[in-house]
Design a protein around this ligand. Structure first.
Ligand SMILES: *Cc1c(COP(=O)(O)O)cnc(C)c1O
Length: 452
């Protein structure tokens, strides 16, 4: 065991050290070599060291270099050194984080991270917090709490009696709602097509003046950080109107909520803390390993009720917070450990520095690209940049060639009818030199595409 782990550490360190020198996307020949992992399942055991060697030799070159600082696709973070190392140790611990009695350390760490997160993001300190796999599941869990609370208010127990014949719930979303919210509504029996959609402005912000009349049967889903523009829905106005009407506000704040840690970006989030539930991603901008998200619900009992499992004699209830009462899962890995390590290693100022640096780097991209004659389509308010390199066809070609070139990696989107390249700066490892190197490749490629 000791030799195997030491050898694995050497391999992992070698991978990490070389990440900046390789193409960001794997080469097609490296992807083709993945076949070597297959074949028929061996009949007999083999040395674990050989298994690891095969995995490293064949698998490592076929990874996407998302940890290297020049990956700007989707919204994808890397992994902070302390978080990665904690992930290894936690792997050796192999704790089941479901219940206190299964892992006191996992349960305690969750309590600590719960407090730190609410403090960092300025959310109500008595909120219930669940450690889930991703923002999709955080949206699911937050909206399950909303469904439970609103139906309970109408005298209906959805956990016991289900959705058939339940009083209607109206769900209001913005035109720019993230697909994960619609997916959560689908799974909750609330339906993704029966939502009321509120138009958005040119940056993708829900127009508060176009909100329908709200009431106590309504869930309003707002967004803190549009996946294309980084823009924030006007939470202050929407939450105030919802509060007056008794409606529930759920915030999809996957990456945008982390803006709250900086006084430069906190104003974008004004009023967000007045909502009822929040979904947050940690594997994006907090830069911890996959899979990691957080659901926060102002009144913890709604989350507990919505996710309650019923009882079984062998499942014990200790005093205090039982982790599994706040997640849809029972058995799960102790993902709170990496959050603890990330927060403990960065501290408040380190986290703020990381967020502010990535936002500044997004503006650096925008400035360079504009100066080179290309069109930035959004107001760069956070860490997202949308750029057009000319016609839709030219932009698509530039994106394909950038991906092929391998200096960096960006994906595409269509923003208000314009084909655009998305640049999302979300990685702790991104340096200004990475930005300069990437932007130089983008401009070189875009000019050559434009030249014909
Ligand atoms: C990424 C993202 C999600 C989904 O997050 P997952 O962790 O991939 O489930 C939801 N909403 C927004 C705004 C996002 O950026």
């Amino acid at each position: 065991m000791k030799e195997l782990l030491a050898e694995t550490a050497v391999r992992a360190a070698r991978y990490a050290a070389a990440i900046g020198d390789r193409k960001v996307a794997p080469r097609s020949e490296d992807i083709a070599r993945l076949e070597a992992l297959g074949g028929t399942l061996p009949e007999n055991p083999c040395d674990p060291a050989e298994v690891l060697a095969l995995l490293d030799d064949v698998g490592s070159p076929a990874t996407v270099a998302t940890t290297g600082g020049r990956y700007f696709g989707f919204v994808i973070g890397g992994t902070l050194p302390a978080a990665l190392a904690a992930n290894w140790l936690a792997g050796a611990w192999d704790q089941n984080a479901a219940m206190q009695v299964m892992s006191p350390v996992a349960a305690k760490v969750e309590e600590i991270v719960r407090e730190w997160t609410l403090d960092l993001l300025g959310l109500p300190s008595s909120s219930g917090v669940g450690f889930v796999t991703c923002t999709t599941m955080a949206n699911f869990s937050g909206l399950a709490a909303a469904r439970s609370a609103l139906l309970q208010h109408s005298g209906w127990n959805v956990e016991e009696d289900g959705m058939f014949e339940a009083p209607a719930i109206r769900v209001v979303v913005g035109e720019e709602v993230h697909v994960s919210v619609l997916r959560a509504l689908t799974m909750l029996g609330l339906g993704r097509s029966r939502v009321i959609t509120v138009p958005a402005d040119g940056q993708g912000r829900m127009r508060a003046d176009a909100l329908p009349v709200l009431d106590e049967h309504t869930i309003v889903c707002i967004q803190a950080g549009n996946v294309n523009t980084g823009a924030f829905d006007p939470a202050k106005e929407i939450c105030a109107r919802a509060r007056d009407a008794g409606a529930w506000v759920h915030v999809d704040g996957a990456f945008g909520l982390w803006g709250a840690v900086s006084p430069l970006y906190a104003p974008l989030l004004e009023g967000v803390s007045a909502a009822d539930s929040w979904a947050i991603d940690c594997h994006k901008w907090l830069n911890v390993p996959y899979d990691s998200g957080i659901v926060v619900v102002r009144e913890p009992e709604h989350l507990r009720t919505a996710l309650s499992a019923g009882s079984a004699a062998y499942l014990t209830q200790s005093a205090g917070r039982e982790p599994w009462q706040y997640t849809p899962d029972a058995s799960r890995r102790a993902r709170g450990i990496e959050l603890w390590a990330a927060m403990r290693s960065l501290g408040r100022s380190g986290l703020r520095e990381m967020i502010e640096r990535n936002c500044r780097q997004a503006r650096l991209f925008a400035d360079h690209l504009r100066a080179a004659g290309f069109t930035v389509l959004n107001d760069v308010v956070l860490n997202q940049v949308l750029v057009s390199f000319g016609s839709a066809d030219q932009t698509r070609r530039v994106i394909a060639e950038i991906q092929e070139d391998g200096t960096c990696w960006c994906g595409g989107t269509i923003w208000h009818g314009h084909t655009a390249m998305r640049i999302s700066v979300s990685c702790w490892a991104t340096t200004d030199k990475d930005v300069e190197q990437s932007v130089a490749a983008m401009i070189r490629i875009a000019k050559s595409v434009r030249a014909g």
